[in-house]
Structures are given as structure tokens and as C-alpha cells.
Write a protein of this length. Structure first.
Length: 257
């Protein structure tokens, strides 16, 4: 299956799941725009390397997904897109009474509002072409909750609701919008949670991974960024033309419990 001639923008894609999605889309022939808020030589080198390996055009564009204007500017500076993957995300773990307000605001802005802004900016171009794919990287926490993750769970549930709404507004126009709900994927975001979880639960690293993180993941295996990439490519295929407004869990059975 080829996505040759399609331009994909993947927000928050200089590491982790976003990078895995960019790799998979490029391997399927799409031109890709890699994004994060930094503007370092290594970010641009990452895109150049990816493009060279897959024989596609790959560029890095810095834009801070916590800022609505920057989200919209990313889409217009890229010249629009056929495939939009809203992936940028951060996490903070704290009981709700002491949850820092600035962390709440940042998580809602980056994990949820950014998708509102990029989608609003990308849709006119997709409608003009009569084809588009919007893939929102939500989470098992878009369907279930865990303690100490108030902002993240609220934002991810919001991402699922946003996906359904956009799907309805685009139904029958060649444009689909879905949310992928990964369970735990071992990425820098998850690595960064381990010390907090060790402190909160008073456990060592291995025990936190086995008993806290993978406790609800019956496979007892992390999902991989490549698997989320493969699921994204599937959602961009003709086979997924009538899949819209729904969620696909890649969670080792978490939400079957
Ligand atoms: P990660 O930290 O490796 O990647 C997050 C990406 O977002 C990075 O590229 C980072 O630079 C970018 N980012 C952060 N703040 C940004 C900002 N203000 N502007 C632009 N980019 C910004 O984490 P990850 O685990 O790969 O997470 C990617 C997405 O997948 C997130 O939305 C996360 O919630 C979701 N997710 C992750 C897991 C998991 O277990 N890792 C599970 C379910 C969902």
C-alpha cells in the first residue's frame, strides 16, 4: 500500500510514538513533516535522515503545540496536509488537590487543544481535495482512568470526543477521523513517569513497571511505537475508508478487563 504523494504532519514527532508514526508513514511513501517545540540541528538532521532512508521528502518544522496560533501556523507553513496525526503530549502525575495549575493548563493545551487548532486549520485543504485522514493519538486513558492523572485522563477523554465530533462533521466527504488508544509504550514520556511512580508508590523500578504500569496490561508487554505507526498506516489505507469516529485500542488487552 502506498501513500506516495500524500503529505503527513505528525505533531510532537522528534521522539517516541510520533517518530515511530513518522517512520511508518514515510516507509509507506508519504512525505512527512516532523515537529516539536525545539529548533536544534539534530531535529533537522533527524528529518533529513528519515527522508533519505525512505526516499521521501521529510522536513522538520518547529512549533509549540501549547500555543493555538503556532498550531495553526504549522499547518499553513507546511502547505496543508492530507494526513494529520495529533500526537504531541506531556504527562504529570499528582493527587488532584495538589495538582499544579500550570501543569493542568499545559496538559490540556498540548494534549487536547492543539488537536482542535491543527484540525480546524487542516480541514479546509482536505475538503478541497475530497480526501483526508486525521489520526489522534489518545490513550487507554481516553477510555479508562487512573488515579493521580487528572489532567491527562481528562485531555485524552476529550481527544476521543473530539475525534467523534470531527468524524461526524466530515462524514461522506472522504475524510476520516479516529483515535488510537495505546496502552503503555516504552518511550521517553513513560520513562519520565517511572521516578514519580516509584515515589508515589514507594516501589523500585522493576516493581513499578510490573505491578503499576503493566498491572492493567494483561499481555504484560509494552506496545511499541512501530505498532502505533502500523495502526496509523492502516487507518490511512483504503480498507479503513469507512472507519471513522471510533477508537482503536493497542493496549495488550487493558480495556478488555
Ligand atoms: P514522548 O515524550 O517520547 O513524545 C512526546 C512528543 O511530544 C515529543 O516529540 C515532544 O517533543 C513533543 N512535545 C511535547 N511538548 C510539545 C509542545 N509544546 N509542542 C510540540 N511538541 C511537543 O512521549 P510518547 O510516549 O511518544 O507520547 C506521544 C503521545 O502518545 C502522547 O500524546 C502520549 O500521551 C501518547 N501516549 C503515550 C503512551 C505511552 O505509553 N508512551 C500511551 C498512550 C498514549
Amino acid at each position: 500500500m502506498t501513500l506516495q504523494g500524500k503529505r503527513a504532519i505528525i505533531t510532537g514527532s522528534n521522539s517516541g510514538i510520533g517518530l515511530g508514526v513518522a517512520e511508518a508513514l514515510a516507509a509507506a511513501g508519504a512525505d512527512v513533516v516532523i515537529n516539536s517545540f525545539t529548533d536544534r540541528a539534530e531535529d533537522h538532521a533527524l528529518a533529513a535522515d528519515l527522508g533519505a532512508r525512505h526516499g521521501v521528502t521529510a522536513v522538520y518544522m518547529a512549533a509549540d503545540m501549547s500555543q493555538g496560533d503556532a498550531c495553526r501556523a504549522l499547518i499553513s507553513l507546511a502547505g496543508g496536509c492530507d494526513i494529520l496525526v495529533n500526537n504531541a503530549g506531556i504527562q504529570h502525575v499528582s493527587p488532584i488537590e495538589t495538582f499544579p495549575v500550570d501543569k493542568w493548563d499545559a496538559i490540556l493545551a498540548i494534549n487536547l487543544s492543539s488537536a482542535f487548532h491543527t484540525t480546524a486549520a487542516a480541514l479546509p485543504g482536505m475538503r478541497a481535495k475530497g480526501w483526508g485522514r486525521i489520526v489522534n493519538i489518545a490513550s487507554a486513558h481516553g477510555l479508562t482512568a487512573s488515579p493521580f492523572k487528572a489532567a491527562y485522563v481528562a485531555a485524552k477523554h476529550g481527544m476521543v470526543g473530539l475525534s467523534k465530533t470531527v468524524a461526524l462533521e466530515c462524514a461522506g466527504q472522504g475524510i476520516t477521523c479516529n483515535a488510537i488508544c495505546p496502552g503503555y509504550v516504552l518511550t521517553p514520556l513513560v520513562e519520565a513517569q517511572i521516578p514519580d511512580q516509584m515515589k508515589t508508590h514507594g516501589m523500585d523500578r522493576e516493581t513499578v513497571i510490573r505491578e503499576v504500569m503493566l498491572d492493567r496490561q494483561p499481555s504484560k508487554q509494552f506496545a511499541t511505537s512501530a505498532q502505533i505507526g502500523g495502526t496509523t498506516v492502516f487507518l490511512c489505507s483504503d480498507a479503513a475508508d469507512q472507519i471513522t469516529g471510533t477508537t482503536i485500542s493497542v493496549d495488550g488487552g487493558w480495556t478488555a478487563l
